[in-house]
Design a protein around this ligand. Structure first.
Ligand code: HEM
Length: 505
């Protein structure tokens, strides 16, 4: 028996050594990989967030157009040159139409059906059907619903916060974003601060990926899909998936049977999409493909998977940056003070959209803290990435299937494009200076046809909350640690969400 184990380990070791020569044998720079773990040792041990693993290579190979990183044994290419990023995301999108991770619906019926996971024509069709749900007009009609949820939070704070007080900001942002999604997307009115036990809040929290175990499942699917399939590993546990399914199917049924008034929300778009009524981005009616209820439930859950933690953490990081940059907070407060009294704000959407400095601040916070620090792609055709650096004799010509990670976090903090990159300076996004931004060095929502579908919704939800909150409260920092949590895919603070909140008069 022992000799069999020794034989297996030896074979694995030599196989791993061979795989880990993919880049060096082609003249592509890479940090020294560890057998089997590649460049993700610290990530696997729960010591660093994977964007930090990318940053190590990004900072080491400043003169390269791209470099390599091993996700365990899978060679993954990281482009540094903004022009190459453009080619991958936009110009040659047809060669990079899929994502790196792919989880089949037969393996995880709920997760495998969502837009992020879909590939090929199924993705195109679903994306065209869902896009209208995120249009400017739809978001405009959702602004009052967002304002109601924000008011519920601020009213709660008025009752509970009398003087300055240290507070776990995560509690209020998670409640707010849950209430917004419940209301804008599904027509459920909930107040999660007052009733934290409501079932949609309980379920929503389960869809948030925040432990190393869950993170490892994704890496597992990206690297050893067949083994993960064989083991039937699910991202969303069966019991939670069933509860989500029941909840959203009952909402769909109520809408179909007209038991509730139609509202301009996401669930209505889903009902229309299933009947083939949705319009594509060119305004043509899309009758070609209908979706099953399971497909629709998966898109509903998407809000929680893709939009919940990201939007809540955007609000936290915003309040954190205000806390450590009082000059910026004061300037923003001045702008917010130009708004009429709350009750007299008639055109909420227009008022919030008209706040120029708030917009600059949101852009700057998203530069410093792009919640999704890397976007992924997988090539579906052979691709020539060009020379490794201008004039180099090495170039990578890869067959279909090469994984690509776009280093959003690193490029947002690159001093070549952003002088003093760690300083919060909203003026970088002023009308006068915006034009100086080098294309493809700022992309908190990704880019090209697979960019984030919910960006408008997320930014509006954050702005509505921040406008209400910062008119009534100031934030101050307790400590200034900016360590990233290693136990999440998105950027979130490792050392908690405590800030001091102080009522203004
Ligand atoms: C601050 C909040 C958010 C940030 C920073 C963010 C960021 C991103 C990024 C970087 C991507 C990858 C884009 C690419 O590959 O080019 C993405 C994809 C996606 N996001 Fe968001 N997102 C946010 C909120 C939301 C919300 C509220 C939703 C609502 C449902 C959403 C839904 C999606 C979906 C469905 C995709 C995949 C799109 C596709 O593959 O076609 N996101 N997001």
């Amino acid at each position: 028996m022992l000799w069999l184990i020794v034989l297996l380990v030896t074979c694995l070791y030599f196989y791993s050594r061979k795989r880990l020569k993919y880049f060096s044998s082609r003249g592509v720079c890479t940090l020294p990989p560890v057998p089997l773990l590649g460049n993700l040792t610290a990530v696997t041990l729960g010591r660093e967030n994977f964007v930090e693993a990318i940053a190590a290579g990004y900072d080491a190979f400043k003169d390269q157009r791209y470099f390599g990183l091993y996700q365990y044994l899978v060679p993954t290419l990281i482009p540094r040159d903004p022009e190459l990023i453009r080619q991958i995301m936009v110009r040659d999108f047809n060669s990079f139409a899929d994502r790196g991770v792919h989880i089949d619906a037969d393996c995880d019926p709920l997760f495998g059906r969502n837009l992020i996971m879909l590939t090929g024509s199924k993705w195109r069709s679903m994306r065209a059907s869902l896009s209208p749900a995120f249009s400017g007009a739809r978001c405009r009609s959702m602004a009052p619903l967002m304002a109601d949820s924000a008011s519920a939070v601020v009213n709660y704070l008025r009752e509970t916060v009398k003087g300055e007080q240290a507070m776990d900001i995560n509690t209020i942002t998670m409640s707010y974003v849950n209430d917004v999604i419940a209301s804008c997307a599904f027509g459920f009115a909930v107040n999660s601060l007052k009733e934290p036990d409501n079932c949609i809040f309980r379920l929503g929290k389960k869809a948030v990926i925040q432990d190393t175990n869950q993170v490892m499942k994704f890496f597992g699917y990206e690297n050893m899909k067949s083994i993960m399939k064989l083991l039937q590993v699910k991202i969303i546990p069966t019991e939670d998936a069933e509860q989500f399914s029941q909840l959203f199917k009952s909402a769909l049924k109520a809408r179909r049977e007209k038991l509730v008034q139609p509202r301009p929300d996401f669930i209505q778009i889903l009902v229309d999409a299933a009947q083939g009524k949705a319009k594509d981005t060119d305004g043509n009616t899309n009758n070609e493909e209908k979706f099953s209820d399971d497909d629709l439930v998966a898109q509903a859950v998407l809000f929680y998977i893709a939009g919940y933690d990201t939007t809540a953490n955007l609000i936290y990081y915003f309040l954190y940056e205000m806390a450590v940059n009082p000059r910026v907070q004061d300037k923003l407060y001045e702008e917010l003070s130009t708004l009429p009294e709350e009750e007299k704000v008639q055109y909420l959407y227009e008022s919030v959209q008209g706040l120029e400095y708030l917009d600059m601040c949101v852009n700057e916070v998203l530069r410093l803290w792009p919640l999704v620090g890397s976007a992924d792609r997988r090539s579906v055709a052979p691709y020539d990435f060009g020379p490794t650096f201008p004039g180099s004799k090495h170039r990578l010509i890869a067959p279909a299937g090469i994984h690509v990670w776009l280093p959003i976090y690193s490029i947002h903090r690159d001093p070549e494009y952003w002088p003093e990159p760690n300083v919060c300076e909203p003026e970088r996004f002023s009308k006068e200076r915006k034009a100086d931004i080098v294309p493809y060095t700022y992309m908190p929502f990704g880019n090209g046809p697979r960019h984030c579908i919910g960006s408008r919704f997320a930014v509006l939800a954050a702005k509505v909350f921040l406008t209400k909150f910062l008119r009534g409260y100031k934030t101050r920092a307790i400590e200034t640690s900016t360590r990233l949590s290693p136990r999440a895919f998105i950027l979130r603070p490792a050392d908690g969400y405590q800030l001091i909140v102080e009522p203004r008069n």
